[in-house]
Design a binder for this molecule. Structure first.
Ligand code: ZN
Length: 260
């Protein structure tokens, strides 16, 4: 196993054979994502991908809610904690130029990078996942939700189109996506399952055990089969225009920020 650094906003462990787990560990902040958490998630995923003893990754969270989205109180500047990863440049410019670069790096760039990682990644969701909280769910492969899980993206209230990884129509269908965005109201776990966005709904007390059971079952299968199956489904989504659609919405998202 690769050397695991001392993370602050997440935990990394190996809860079962061939399974790695990343746990969001800021429950007192409802797992709001500051820059440090996003870089730590990215680092932890790299460790899991590079570890030949890991076939499947689980992403879980501590506390009542999965994630309240971006940490709006975060004052860390990009490049302050560690070198940037994706190299868009212009991060220190004031105004829309610097803002777009920041979001290209830690929001859209990370989401797209994570979405294309080769190993199956399962997310366990309880409580609320709001706006940027969906950014830590939708890039991944299976979503196990506890029956109290709720998914929302209410940022139309702030003159924005939606959070930065705009796959809403692919996840829940175009009409439901519009209703979710226009009203800002959440979608519950059971409805999300019927829409095909959530893989399974389980009682809160069984979320961890059921997620690990699915992870272990998948992890027992050949890595190369898992990798090529994942790539094939992802490429099917790309053939339907997912990446082009995400980038178009990201451009409008940047317009929204500039307009504000
Ligand atoms: Zn944004």
């Amino acid at each position: 196993m690769s050397e695991v650094p001392a993370f602050e906003d997440i935990r990394y462990d190996r809860p079962a054979s061939r399974v790695a787990r990343i746990t969001l560990a800021r429950p007192e902040k409802h797992n709001a994502q500051g820059l440090r958490m996003l870089y730590e998630i990215n680092d932890a995923l790299d460790i899991a991908m590079d570890d030949d003893e890991v076939n499947v990754v689980v992403i879980a969270s501590e506390g009542k809610n999965f994630s309240s989205g971006h940490d709006l109180s975060d004052r860390v500047k990009i490049g302050e904690l560690r070198p940037t990863v994706l190299g868009f440049g212009g991060y220190r410019h004031k105004g829309p130029q610097g803002h777009m670069s920041r979001e290209q790096e830690v929001y859209l760039g990370f989401c797209w990078r994570w979405r294309n990682l080769p190993k199956p990644i399962i997310v366990a969701v309880q409580g609320k996942a709001i706006a940027g909280g969906l950014m830590l769910i939708w890039p991944f492969d299976l979503i196990i939700a506890s029956d109290d899980a709720e998914f929302s993206d209410p940022v139309v209230a702030f003159g924005m189109n939606g959070h930065e990884f705009f796959v809403h129509a692919f996840e829940i269908g175009h009409r439901r996506a519009k209703q979710m965005l226009f009203t800002g109201e959440p979608i519950g776990a059971e409805e999300a399952r019927t829409l095909g966005m959530v893989s399974e709904v389980v009682p809160r007390a069984e979320l961890e055990s059921r997620t690990l059971a699915i992870a272990e079952k998948i992890a027992s299968r050949p890595a190369i089969g898992l990798k090529t199956a994942k790539m094939s489904v992802n490429q099917s989504m790309d053939a339907m225009g997912l990446w082009n659609a995400v980038q178009s919405a990201f451009n409008l998202h940047q317009f929204g920020h500039a307009n504000n």
